[in-house]
Design a protein around this ligand. Structure first.
Ligand SMILES: [Zn+2]
Length: 696
């Protein structure tokens, strides 16, 4: 999902970070060796405070910081188990269920409806017998009796539903295959629909460990014009664009963590879906082009020979090839059939979802994507004439190609045959192999929304976390990888300077935390808590806490362990702790579970004893941690002889104390000491970051 607009700016500006880090590495060559920090215990004695009631002030501590709260040995203490190991990997008894779908749907352009049937083959790999199944009927959000409707603010908002009266209409539910038994059709009448969920109560339970059942559901729904900014319709000069998603009943995930994951679709929080293969056919008027997740199975039944020839050319081309050009929109020669309907057949394997879009208005272009394995796949864009220019969607295929190639090289190879970018009213929404981006986006905005939505093909499409409960595991991780995608694109064409300042402002005014349901956040906080803060956390962890090599090794292990599986937050924390070889629980606690602020300061510089000319024998520098968050410390020291040195100290200096002294080998008078000189940390009060204190 695209970040809210104010926060988009934040994610755009993140991308200056790497250049800064590279500058730092130059500076660190000049760093002086610093003796490890020493605590002067004589200064640590409790002293009597001025108060008349005998209060004591411990000068080794600061009032706003309690070390054992941050460094908490009981945090994430629960042991691993056979399903999920203490190392963060799937355990020897890990299992997950499977859902394969066969869908046939028709678009009725008169009633603006979808009429379909879905056959779900569900495999129960769990050790449990299942007496009932839970499915998601996401369209029910778009009904005026849904919880999401009642939860929508009077003014509307991005995700809710104010007055559209839609929802899934279920005309039949039946079992068409049960276990080893051959085809049969048993109508099911014993089902319950509660808001966006449907429970099918089984007469005969599904057996544990491998039982299969195929359920057929006939359904229809009216297409919401604006479906929570995730699907809908767009009117353009040459026709309407349909962006179709959450369009078939989908299985809830059953796992060993919670059993059935049955949180309803309320609008903000996204999805948690089972893996399987999806084979879908959509029937639309013959003058439309359909783009779908996966690979088109019947090109000769829907495309002209010219289009097929051009697609073959695109398969061998790094530059975009036009499949349907500006002058070909709406021409009879663009379509194989001149009237009636045409059925487009798509298939996508090992996926948690599938979506599609169709229109009479599409320009269509494509280029090949080169994967690190030597395999190729396709980058494609579908957009109306209004956004044909290179300042707009004319470069979309280039953005898609660069993003998929970068993420494939850096994180995990893109597993699907095609990556299609669709222009429409949806501002930014992701599905496997297809994304919907705002048709009015231009230049860097279009690049970043495209690279963001396709970044979701890694988190959560490939690493299948629970979006409905832990939005930060897809939005935050994705915001993090977008930083590097932005730096990488076309020699930094859209690279921007970064600042953590928005995080500072947020931390001062808001006590909400990352680890909460997206639906439990006020809409104004979603951009910060789901996107920017967790993205910045991973960025700082990689750049300033554990370094690139160890971070990347651990992050890759996490992705490899959990690709096409269902990791929980703890699986991630443990994978990173183990992979980097660090107990990072303090970091996870303060960034993900707490709303703590960071405030580091420089409080004192004293020259060493016996120093006759100030600074020639080194100095003792005192720094403080004034609030509950800790981070490693970067300090820049300037001397009167023109020398500038940098010192970095690990977060562990704060394990016992809020006041820290260390020796610095100065050779002349120290003119200034600055903590966090590049302003990379979210330091709540920068006015105390420099010694001597400056007065304004
Ligand atoms: Zn997103």
């Amino acid at each position: 999902m695209k970040i809210a607009s104010t926060i988009t700016i934040l994610s755009l500006v993140i991308s200056g970070h790497l250049a800064k880090a590279q500058n730092n590495s130059k500076d660190t060559q000049k760093v002086k060796t610093v003796t490890s920090g020493t605590l002067d215990t004589s200064k640590g004695k409790m002293r009597r405070a001025r108060g008349s009631f005998g209060n004591f002030v411990d000068k080794t501590q600061t009032p706003g910081y309690i070390p054992h709260e941050t460094f908490d040995p009981t945090f994430m203490y629960e042991p691993g188990q056979p399903y999920r190991s203490g190392s963060g990997a799937p355990g020897p008894m890990y299992w997950q269920n499977r859902a394969d779908y066969k869908i046939a749907a028709t678009l009725d352009t008169n009633t603006k409806s979808i009429i379909g049937t879905v056959e779900i083959t569900y495999t129960n790999n769990s050790p449990d017998e299942l007496n009932y199944l839970w499915l998601q009927l996401d369209q029910n959000l778009f009904s005026t009796s849904s919880r999401g409707h009642f939860k929508t603010p009077i003014g509307g908002g991005r995700f809710g539903n104010v007055e559209f009266s839609g929802g899934d209409s279920i005309s039949s539910v039946s079992i068409v295959k049960n276990g080893a038994k051959g085809p049969e059709t048993t109508a099911i009448t014993d089902y319950v629909i509660t808001d966006t969920r449907m429970q099918i109560r089984l007469k005969t339970p599904m057996k544990a460990k491998g039982d299969k059942m195929t359920i057929k559901i006939a359904y229809s729904f009216k297409i919401p014009p604006d479906g929570s900014d995730r699907m809908g319709m767009t009117e353009t000069q040459k026709g309407r664009i349909y962006e179709i998603a959450q369009w078939y009943p989908r299985m809830c995930v059953y796992d060993e963590v919670e059993g059935w994951n049955i949180e309803p679709y309320l609008g903000a929080a996204e999805f948690y879906l089972e893996y399987g293969d999806i084979d879908f056919s959509v029937t639309v008027p013959s003058d439309m082009i359909v783009a779908g997740s996966g690979e088109l199975q019947n090109p000769t039944e829907v495309l002209t020979q010219t289009e097929i020839d051009r697609l073959n050319k695109a398969k061998a081309s790094d530059a975009k090839v036009t499949i349907v050009g500006v002058d070909e929109i709406g021409k009879p020669s663009t379509h194989l059939k001149s009237n009636g309907n045409v059925t487009w057949h798509y298939k996508i394997s090992n996926t948690r979802d599938a979506s599609w879009a169709c229109s009479t208005a599409f320009i269509w272009d494509a280029a090949r994507i080169n994967l690190p394995t030597g395999k190729k796949c396709m980058s494609m864009s579908f957009y109306p004439i209004e956004c044909k220019d290179d300042s707009s969607w004319g470069r979309s295929t280039e953005y898609v190609k660069a993003s998929i190639e970068f993420y494939s090289k850096t994180y995990y190879v893109f597993p699907w045959p095609c990556a299609s970018n669709i222009a429409g009213n949806v501002h930014g929404m992701e599905y496997p192999g297809i994304v919907f981006c705002g048709w009015k986006s231009k230049m860097s905005q279009l690049f970043f929304v495209t690279t963001h939505e396709f970044g979701h093909n890694w988190f959560p499409m490939l690493v299948g976390s629970n979006e409905r409960k832990y939005a930060w595991m897809d939005e935050g991780f994705n915001t993090f990888i977008n930083i590097y995608s932005g730096q990488n694109f076309n020699k930094g064409e859209y690279n921007k300077a970064q600042t953590p300042d928005q995080l500072i402002g947020f931390a001062k005014r808001d006590s909400n935390v990352v680890m909460t349901y997206e639906d439990c956040m006020p809409q104004r906080d979603i951009g910060m808590l789901c996107y920017f803060k967790p993205g910045e956390a991973l960025y700082l962890l990689r750049e300033y806490v554990v370094g690139h090599d160890r971070f990347d090794y651990a992050f890759h292990s996490y992705i490899n362990r959990w690709a096409f599986k269902h990791p929980t937050p703890k699986d991630f924390f443990r994978s990173m702790n183990e992979g980097t070889g660090e107990d990072l629980n303090w970091f996870w606690k303060e960034w993900i579970f707490k709303s703590w602020q960071l405030d580091q300061s420089v409080s004192e510089v004293k020259y060493s004893a016996g120093d006759t000319v100030n600074g020639t024998k080194g100095a003792e520098i005192t720094i403080k941690n004034n609030k509950q968050m800790v981070m490693p410390v970067i300090i820049e020291v300037k001397e009167s002889n023109g020398h500038t040195g940098r010192v970095t100290l690990p977060a562990e200096i704060w394990q016992a104390l809020g006041v820290w002294k260390f020796h610095y080998n100065s050779t002349s008078t120290i003119t200034s000491v600055t903590i966090d000189p590049d302003k990379v940390m979210p330091d709540a009060d920068r006015s105390n970051n420099t010694w001597p204190a400056t007065t304004n």
